[in-house]
Design a protein around this ligand. Structure first.
Ligand SMILES: *[C@@H]1O[C@H](CO)[C@@H](O)[C@H](O)[C@H]1NC(C)=O
Ligand SMILES: *[C@@H]1O[C@H](CO)[C@@H](O)[C@H](O)[C@H]1NC(C)=O
Ligand SMILES: *[C@@H]1O[C@H](CO)[C@@H](O)[C@H](O)[C@H]1NC(C)=O
Length: 377
């Protein structure tokens, strides 16, 4: 996952590149001047807003660069607008009972270059397409644990977000256009877990946002729609009241490598060919689906990259005999109460005079020891 350290390092790298180009132009004594100059700018910038704490990290030659983390969490709703040092990379406004924020609050010196903003654990009911419009370098935005009910189109249009946390809000319908971004370059990870989402839709003319991972667990989805063509690698639909997976649900998700369909109390049926359009899928999680009792072998058609299948604590008692033939890349299956099966190459010398024959077999174990694959599959 994307880390703050990573962000700081990216920033540091940019600064370093700037310094190197500066070195190229000025060289020698001029370099000393610029280092001195930068240090003095930093020194003049130590002011920290009352109630907040400012933590300065310095980098580079003679600590010539610094990035500041401004922590204004738990101060109270009079905290905005808060002025921040020019070199602020991380602003924490969590736990402040804020009921609204707007672009005039989130602008001014320091905001334009902010990389990381934390607005979690407030009482924000809505945002507008202009709320974050001044944050032109924002890469991580935490809006979790608020009261957001909807996201207007282009909500995050101007910010090159990489990580967006919207978990624990009250969102109901999601319009994919909300995530359209101006640059549309960087892949974004979006967390929508624990909302009230019952529909996802995308207008055909909207550009496809570059969403790489989407966590929709713990919502009210009864079916899967609106995700076609999004370059997802990770999709989580755990804990949604979906009763049937239909054969068109995952069309156009050719880059998907990890799909989680776990803890779905209502899930009873998976239509044949449901995963036929997922040639890159490596991990498929069906665990803890107690009402899912059978899987036909045609369910697995097309899963040519699947390596891991998780059926732990599901209601499925056996798989059709030739299931493995559809799954050439399969490495392990987890099963039943706690049975792990690993595909192993077995050598036998009986069949061929000229050498050994290698056969792929499933070797399975439970808590008490080896079990035969025939018994469990
Ligand atoms: C922005 O929010 C602040 C604080 O909530 C408020 O005082 C101000 O009037 C708002 N400005 C606009 C343009 O809505
Ligand atoms: C935002 O603040 C909350 C509460 O202080 C914290 O739990 C969370 O990890 C922070 N989010 C980020 C992305 O740092
Ligand atoms: C989304 O947020 C929830 C709650 O904080 C967390 O448990 C989950 O791991 C996150 N999902 C991803 C994919 O990071």
């Amino acid at each position: 996952m994307y880390s703050r350290r990573g962000m700081v390092e990216t920033r540091l790298k940019n600064l370093r590149e700037r310094l190197i180009s500066l070195q190229g132009v000025t060289m020698g004594i001029c370099l000393w001047f610029s280092v001195l100059l930068l240090t003095s700018v930093v020194a003049a910038n130590k002011f920290c807003f009352p109630g907040c704490s400012c933590e300065v990290e310095t980098f580079g030659l003679f600590d010539s660069f610094s990035l500041t983390k401004v922590d204004c969490s738990g101060v109270g709703n009079h905290i905005v607008p808060v002025s921040i040092p020019l070199d602020t990379s991380y602003l924490d406004l969590s736990n402040n009972k804020l009921t609204s924020v707007n672009e005039s609050v989130l602008s001014g010196p320091g905001y334009t270059t902010l990389v990381n903003l934390n607005l979690s654990y407030n009482q924000l009911v809505k945002i507008s397409p202009t709320t974050f419009s001044k944050l032109r370098y924002l890469e991580s935005l935490d809006l979790s644990h608020n009261l957001l009910e909807e996201l207007p189109d282009h909500s995050f249009f101007y910010s090159p977000l990489v990580e967006l946390d919207l978990s624990f809000n009250r969102l109901q319908g999601i319009q994919i256009g909300a995530f359209t971004s101006k640059s549309n370059g960087k892949a974004i990870h979006i967390n929508l877990t624990n909302n009230l989402i019952n529909s996802i839709s995308r207008r055909p003319d909207d550009p496809v946002p570059n969403i790489q991972s989407l966590d929709l667990s713990g919502n009210q989805l009864r079916s899967v729609h609106g995700l076609q063509g999004i370059p997802l690698q990770y999709l989580n639909l755990d804990r949604n009241p979906i009763s049937t997976i239909e054969d068109h649900n995952f069309l156009g998700l050719k880059g998907l490598t990890h799909l989680s369909l776990s803890k779905m109390e209502n899930l009873r049926e998976i239509a044949p060919h449901s995963f036929k359009d997922l040639p890159a899928l490596q991990i498929l999680d069906f665990s803890n689906n107690q009402n899912l009792k059978t899987l036909s072998k045609d369910v697995f058609v097309g899963l040519s990259s699947l390596q891991e299948l998780n059926l732990l604590n599901s209601g499925v008692a056996s798989l059709p005999k030739d299931t493995l033939q559809h799954l050439p890349s399969m490495k392990s299956i987890t099963w039943g109460k706690n049975i792990h099966c690993v595909k192993t190459l077995k050598e036998s010398q009986f069949h061929l005079q000229n050498g050994v024959v290698r056969r792929e077999v499933l070797v399975c174990r439970d808590d008490r020891g080896a079990v035969s694959a025939q018994d469990v599959l």
